[in-house]
Design a protein around this ligand. Sequence first.
Ligand code: HEC
Length: 260
Amino acid sequence: MFTRIQAVLCSLMLCLPACADAVPLPAVPELQRRMAAAPIEVEVVEPQPVAAGERPHVVYLGYPVAKVLRLILGAGWKTAGASVEFRALDGYVSHVPVERFDRYPAYLVFAKKDTREFRLDNLVPHGQGVSLAPYYLVWDNIRHPELLKEGDTYWPYQVHEIALLPAAGVAGEMSPDALDLEKYCLSCHRVNGRGSSKVPQDLALQTKALGEARFLAWVLAPTSVKPDTGMPAIAGGMAEADRRALAGRLFRYLNALPRQ
Ligand code: HEC
C-alpha cells in the first residue's frame, strides 16, 4: 500500500510512487487516448547513421515530449538539475537534463508519416533496418541546426520506460567531464554501477587496461580496430580537433577515477 509517509518522501525526492523506478510508457493507442489530442507531424534530419553518411529528412508522428512527461510523471517533472532517463528495450539509456527541453523542442514519436514502417532504414553496420518502436525521442534539428553536430546523442529509440532522476547525484554536482561521459558513453557503458547495462564491463577499468594510445584509437574510429563493432565513433559531427580533445579529456577522467 502506498502510505502518506511514502507519498511525502516521494514528493521530497521529486519522483513518482515507485521512487526513481522507471515508469512504463503506455501502448500507443492508450497514449493517444490519454493525451486526448491528435498526434502532430514532426520533420527532422535523421541523425542516426544511415547508409553512405546520408542525412535524410523524415516526417514522424508523435507528441511534444514535455506534454507526455507531464502526463506520465506529473506536473512536478521539471525540477532544476534533474534528468529524465529514457530506457530502451535493449538496455540503452539516455539521460537528458530537464533544462534541455526548454532550449530545444523535442518529441516522442511512434510512427512515420505515409508509411507503416517505423524503422531506421539501412542502419549501418547491421544493414537491415532497425525497429524504432515503441517510441523514439527526436529533436527539432531543422529549426536548431546546431543540434546536428551532436549526432544521435539524446535520440534514444525503442524507448519503453522513463524515469525521473532527481538532481542530487545526477546532473547537480557533476563536472563537465562527468557530464560528457554521461552524454556520450553511459548510454551503452557503465562506470561504478552507473549507466547502461548494454555493455556489462566497467568502462573505467577497460580504459585503464587499454592505456591512452589504444583508448584514443578505439574511441575515435572503433570500426578501424574492429570492423563489426556496435560502437559508434565519438561525436561524429564535430570537427576533428574537437573530437580529439573530447576523447583526451574522457581518457584522463576515466583513467583517474578511483576504483570502487
Ligand atoms: C551505442 C553504444 C555505445 C556507445 C555510445 C559507446 N560505446 Fe564503447 N563500446 C560499445 C560496445 C558494444 C563495445 C564492445 C566492443 C564490441 O565488441 O563492439 C564497446 C567497447 C568499448 C571499449 C573497450 C574496447 C576494447 O578494446 O576493449 C572502450 C574503451 C569503449 N567502448 C569506450 C567508449 C567511450 C569512451 C565512449 C564514449 C565516448 C563509448 N565507448 C560509447 C558500445 C558503445
